[in-house]
Design a protein around this ligand. Structure first.
Ligand code: DX5
Ligand code: ZN
Length: 220
C-alpha cells in the first residue's frame, strides 16, 4: 500500500483560530491538512476560498490538501497555486469536458492533482483520469454526500475503493466523510490509504489518539 496519510478536515476546526488549529493538528501527528472549499452552488454550503489558504500558508508548512466542491474548478487553479495549496482535488461530476486541460494546469502550476467522486458516481467514469498520460495523483471516494461535516459513513462505497485498489496498487486513494475509529477498519480493509476525518478528530478528547488509531488501522 502507498504511505498512509491522515488528513484532518479543518472544516471541523475553529475557523477563527485556523493557524493555531493547524499547528495543533500537526502536533497531533497529522500528515496533511484537508481544506474543504465549497461554493454554495456545487454543494448547498459555503466555506472558504483562496484568501484563507493564502493566509494560513503564512503560518504553516503543512501539506494543504484542498478539496474543491465547486462548479468551476478551472477558475481556481492559478489562485490556489499562488496561495500555496499543495494539492487540488476537483469533482469529476462537473468537469467532464475539461479533464485533460484541468489536470495539466493543476500539475504545471506545481500542485498535485486529485479527482473526487460523489456517492452516486461510478468509478468507471474516472478510469481514464488515472490511466491517461496526464493522470491524477489521487482519487477521492466520497463516503458521504459532500457539503457538510458530521454525517454518517456510507459502507456501500467500499466496493469502489476495493476495485480501485485492485486496479491501481500504487494510487493514493482518499476517503472522506464519516471516518472515525468505528469505521476506519472498513476503509483500511478496502484499501484506502489517505484518510480524511473532521468531527471524529476535532470532537475527540484526545485528537492525537484518534489520529494514531486511524493510522494504525491503515498500517496493519
Ligand atoms: C464533506 C467534506 C468532508 C467533511 C468530513 O463535504 O468534504 O471533508 O468535512 O467531515 P466528517 O469527518 O465530520 O464527516
Ligand atoms: Zn472534503
Amino acid at each position: 500500500l502507498p504511505t498512509p496519510k491522515i488528513s484532518p478536515s479543518m472544516l471541523s476546526s475553529d475557523f477563527a483560530n485556523l493557524a493555531s488549529e493547524a499547528k495543533f493538528m500537526e502536533d497531533c501527528g497529522a500528515d496533511w491538512l484537508h481544506m474543504d472549499i465549497m461554493d454554495g452552488h456545487f454543494v448547498p454550503n459555503l466555506t472558504i476560498g483562496e484568501p484563507v489558504i493564502k493566509a494560513l500558508r503564512k503560518h504553516t508548512k503543512a501539506f494543504l490538501d484542498c478539496h474543491l466542491m465547486v462548479t468551476n474548478p478551472a477558475d481556481y487553479v492559478m489562485p490556489f497555486a499562488k496561495a500555496g495549496a499543495s494539492s487540488f482535488t476537483f469533482h469529476a461530476e462537473v468537469t467532464k469536458d475539461s479533464w485533460p486541460e484541468l489536470i495539466k494546469s493543476i500539475k504545471s502550476s506545481g500542485m498535485q492533482a486529485g479527482v473526487a467522486i460523489k456517492p452516486g458516481t461510478p468509478i468507471e467514469d474516472i478510469f481514464p483520469l488515472v490511466e491517461g498520460e496526464d493522470s491524477v495523483d489521487m482519487v477521492l471516494v466520497m463516503t458521504v454526500e459532500p457539503g457538510f461535516g458530521g454525517q454518517s459513513f456510507m459502507p456501500d462505497m467500499m466496493p469502489k475503493v476495493k476495485e480501485l485498489r485492485r486496479r491501481y496498487p500504487n494510487l493514493d486513494i482518499q476517503v472522506d466523510g464519516g471516518l472515525a475509529p468505528s469505521t476506519i477498519d472498513q476503509a483500511a480493509a478496502a484499501g484506502a490509504n489517505v484518510i480524511v476525518a473532521g468531527s471524529a478528530v476535532f470532537g475527540a478528547k484526545d485528537p492525537a489518539g484518534v489520529i494514531k488509531i486511524l493510522r494504525n488501522s491503515i498500517e496493519r
